[in-house]
Design a protein around this ligand. Structure first.
Ligand SMILES: [Mn+2]
Length: 343
């Protein structure tokens, strides 16, 4: 077991001391604290809010965790305290707001407009790790070096010498694991792993997060994968990999059209040599939804924008309508052209 002092040495003094002390003063003088995450909350938003709440409760504070909309109920499997998350402002006094994992008020849905009267004049601490964040409120702690808001909170908790209990550690580890996809993404640093190590030393269990997040799937989804892989094609010398789900395949797998296929695009892009992976999924007679995944050589949005879609460079989507067979050929040609243009 690593002595606590070793973690303190390794993880302390990463946050501007003046900012950390300002945050501490606001926390000290507040009895009742509202923690919130951004809309479409991911496990880093929910885990950061719940994790910090577990810490502050130990510190004698009363806490409420508010999300602008319902988080995925599946998170309950690995986030202690998940059942306490609310989507409406509780009717209790609030002394302090801690807004987590987004540095812009508009990212908190309509919370700040809907409850403008109730929230007016309440001090705000904003903690985030996104490089594009401007920050808002009275104390702004933004650290783009952190792979997750939960990593930044782990540092802050260490720096302020707050007690870190097992539930808090589990929630924070969930934020770090999901924002780094199990310490895989570029954002993962030696410090991220140290923060993870500290959380595990306090009782967090990586497998209890990694397995439900990334590996567990329903029996019907496993059947669907088997059916879909029969349609697997490779073009452009293996650089373009694609597969399709036709209307009758959903039924064969025992699924409602458009459900239970979550992991398939990622599975396709992990075929060795693939630079672009495309999954066509027909969910009704008139349209085909397309998921595009790429390796870092290709930009998925360069393909999906041609079909009025959008997304991110590594993962994007669009919907095909009209002559579905012709549109599908057009999309594959666009993907092939993108690959050809790389040479
Ligand atoms: Mn995050």
């Amino acid at each position: 077991m690593i002595p606590a002092s070793a973690f303190e040495q390794a993880l302390s003094r990463h946050i501007n001391t003046a900012l950390a002390e300002q945050a501490l003063r606001l926390i000290q003088r507040s009895g009742s604290i509202l923690l919130m995450g951004h809309y479409h909350p991911d496990p880093d938003a929910v885990g950061s809010a719940l994790g910090l709440a577990f810490v502050l409760i130990d510190f004698g504070k009363s806490c409420a965790v508010l999300m602008p909309d319902e988080p995925d109920p599946g998170y309950a499997e690995f986030l202690p305290g998940f059942a306490s998350v609310v989507t409406e402002l509780p009717n209790t006094p609030i002394d302090l707001i801690i807004a987590l994992d987004a540095g812009d008020v508009t990212r908190y849905g309509d919370v700040f407009t809907k409850y403008a009267t109730q929230l007016q004049g309440i001090p705000i601490i904003n903690i985030d790790h996104h490089i594009t964040s401007q920050g808002f409120g009275d104390v702004i702690i933004i650290d783009p070096q952190s792979a997750a808001t939960a990593e930044l909170l782990t540092l802050l908790i260490q720096q302020l010498q707050f007690p870190l209990n097992k539930n808090a550690a589990q929630c924070l580890l969930a934020g770090i694991i999901t924002d780094t996809r199990s310490f895989e993404f570029d954002a993962t640093t030696a410090r991220t792993l140290l923060a993870g190590s500290l959380l595990v030393s306090r009782g967090a269990v990586p497998q209890s997060i990694v397995k439900p997040m990334y590996r567990l799937h329903e029996f019907a989804s496993a059947r669907l994968l088997g059916i879909v892989l029969n349609t697997l094609h490779a073009d452009c010398g293996g650089k373009l990999v694609w597969a399709e789900i036709t209307m009758d395949m959903w039924g064969q797998a025992g699924l409602h059209p458009g459900s239970g296929d979550d992991g398939i695009p990622s599975y396709l892009v992990d075929v060795r040599g693939a630079q672009i992976a495309v999954l066509f999924r027909q969910t009704d007679e008139n349209s085909v939804r397309v998921s595009v995944r790429t390796t870092n050589m290709c930009d998925a949005t360069a393909i999906t924008v041609l079909f009025s879609g959008g997304g991110h460079p590594r993962a994007a989507g669009c919907t095909l309508r009209g002559d579905l067979r012709a549109e599908k050929e057009k999309l594959l040609a666009a993907a092939a052209a993108h690959i050809a243009a790389l040479k």
